[in-house]
Design a protein. Structure first.
Length: 268
């Protein structure tokens, strides 16, 4: 039987990040809970799609692709589950990416390209944060919309993506050393920033954390970025407090990365 599944890009060099998770009973518990939440009766394919399920199962077996099987039975790939369990950051695709969507520029001006409605309350909150928070070196604050991504198979076993659970909030984006230049895969970089990521989740539960490898560029130099989006509806009166905590966590993690990279400076 020939393979019918459209493959999900496979992460490489995953051993370090998996080992980090395995060393944490709390992380393992969150992963298990997330899987069983998704592997519920309402998410299992109905009997009318039994042939679809069998095709996906057998194709995943042939390809030895665990993400393909997970996508069929719980609508999440391996790394989707890790992200949903708050064990690794969401993937950041750059400032012009689809998730998060930036609504302002680095100077605090509303982007002319954005057709999204911004309420006066949201705009005033953003301006309040800009006025009262002193950005850490090589970081900027934006108003942005963040999403969860849900993947599913169509009847033709193509992968379909939906952006769900929109959250509008304050996004603080930090420059990090270029890990790809050090020969690291994205998964290896996840392992390095794992401790900082977990600390952010502890101080600001439900914050949306994004990481991108070589998504930044200035003066012809690439750099990685980590962003933290604090939904206004959830954090409202505590955004300034959390931003100060997050600054400290990310700066400490960045210094550790810079020592590993052997660099003394980094431009944003």
């Amino acid at each position: 039987m020939s393979s019918m599944l459209k493959k999900i890009p496979r992460e490489t060099e995953v051993e370090e990040v998996f080992e980090k998770i395995l060393q944490s009973p709390e992380a393992c518990e969150r992963l298990e809970e997330t899987f069983y939440d998704r592997f519920s009766d309402e998410n299992i394919s109905p009997d009318t799609r039994s042939q679809h399920f069998a095709r996906a199962l057998f194709s995943a077996y042939e390809e030895q692709d665990i993400s393909a099987l997970l996508l069929e039975i719980c609508q999440r790939s391996m790394f989707d589950l890790l992200r949903e369990a708050y064990l690794i950051p969401k993937r950041f695709h750059g400032k012009a990416g689809d998730n998060p969507v930036l609504l302002t520029d680095a100077e605090g001006n509303m982007l002319e390209t954005s057709a999204r409605r911004i309420s006066s309350h949201e705009w005033n909150k953003y301006q309040e944060i800009l006025k009262n928070h002193t950005c850490a070196p090589r970081s900027k604050i934006y108003l942005a919309d963040g999403y969860d991504i849900v993947r599913r198979y169509t009847n033709n076993l193509e992968i379909e993506e939906d952006f769900v659970n929109p959250k509008r909030g304050i996004l603080i984006l930090y420059a990090l050393p270029d890990t790809a230049a050090l020969g690291m895969s994205e998964a290896q970089a996840y392992a390095i920033i794992w401790d900082a990521f977990q600390q952010i989740q502890k101080c600001a539960l439900s914050a949306m954390v994004y990481y991108g490898q070589e998504t930044g560029l200035k003066n012809e130099r690439k750099y990685d970025e980590i962003g933290v989006l604090l939904p206004i509806s959830q954090f409202e009166k505590k955004i300034l407090h959390h931003l100060t905590e997050i600054d400290g966590i990310v700066l400490a993690g960045r210094e550790a990365l810079m020592r590993k990279a052997g660099k003394d400076s980094l431009e944003l």
